[in-house]
Design a protein around this ligand. Structure first.
Ligand code: ZN
Length: 153
């Protein structure tokens, strides 16, 4: 399937990972995500910052990427969302290469909020292997976010 001849990859297999920067699908060893760069945009294949997604890019990440995606459904007018934002950013540093942290503005993308049946914000949803595996509502601290995400993957 691939021309990978790396002698170090014998115990693992390649996966499809969607680039957090340009949303191009790359094939690589999931263990190499921390060191790999995107074949298209040349940026790292992991992100230590939350990435803003819309409906199309969110779809691509949750349906095509082997990397779990933790989505913060938020809105600019939501006080608890703004309070949680720095905590979410800090958690993205802790989870870089393990889980991609993403933000969806449910005011700018109301169709996405409706599609995922977001009733209150902030809502955090974790997607893995093409499906939603966990969801919680309400602001969380950095430590709780990391613990919650790791507990589901
Ligand atoms: Zn890229």
């Amino acid at each position: 399937m691939t021309a990978d001849t790396s002698p170090t990859s014998s115990t693992s297999s390649t996966s499809l990972i969607v680039c957090p920067h340009c949303h191009t699908t790359n094939r690589l060893d999931i263990g190499d995500v921390a060191n790999a760069t995107c074949g298209r945009c040349q940026q790292p294949m992991h992100s230590s910052k939350p990435v803003a997604l819309d409906g199309a890019s969110l779809n691509k990440h949750i349906s095509r990427s082997a990397m779990p995606v933790l989505v913060d459904f938020w809105a600019p007018w939501c006080g608890p969302c703004r309070t949680m934002a720095p905590q979410f950013e800090a958690a993205a540093v802790d989870l870089a290469g393990e889980v991609l942290l993403a933000k969806v503005d449910t005011e700018a993308h109301q169709d996405v909020g409706a599609r995922f049946n977001i009733r209150s914000i902030p809502t955090l949803a974790l997607f893995k292997d093409g499906r939603e595996v966990a969801r919680t509502s309400g602001a969380m601290s950095r430590a709780d976010l990391v613990k919650w995400a790791r507990g589901q993957t």
